[in-house]
Design a protein. Sequence first.
Lengths: 114, 114
Amino acid sequence: DVKVTQSSRYLVKRTGEKVFLECVQDMDHENMFWYRQDPGLGLRLIYFSYDVKMKEKGDIPEGYSVSREKKERFSLILESASTNQTSMYLCASSSRGGYSYEQYFGPGTRLTVT
Amino acid sequence: GENVEQHPSTLSVQEGDSAVIKCTYSDSASNYFPWYKQELGKGSQLIIDIRSNVGEKKDQRIAVTLNKTAKHFSLHITETQPEDSAVYFCAASIRTGGYQKVTFGIGTKLQVIP
């Protein structure tokens, strides 16, 4: 079974804090993604990575950065958290090759910035 | 970029009835259309998908149809059961290089009333 885990299910941070969200997958997937999910907006892509140390901006990268030092781990960083970053954050991974395009999602981290 | 619209945003059906969720997309280059089910406290899971060279696909009580000319695709759930209650996301995907650029709809909250 593919497993994507996220470091926290719930997180409360103060405005201005630096926040790290960690994601780990155990299927040797090349691609990893960070989305945020907001009511009425669906899932929006923040950043993705198709290889170690590689990253690409998604649709809403402002205020975020990412790090991928190892293949299995993809971190999302909020350099200075703001209240408009209160959201559900979802990590996903997928294989690069073969037939399957399926993305496997983690359970999500609900972040509240006060 | 790609734009995916999903309707309705909420849907209530009686147990045993059918449920239909509709999506439209804008980029004719999109070639893969997955549907994800998100249950409370769980990660989103792929439930069915369809490629652009196929018009319809069925898996037990779930079916998806694709009309490339009109750029719309739909999810059909027959004989609904309470465990079908969840948020459903459609997506349109373009495979570029080694990864797929996926754009999600806003989600449909389906409630199956026993």
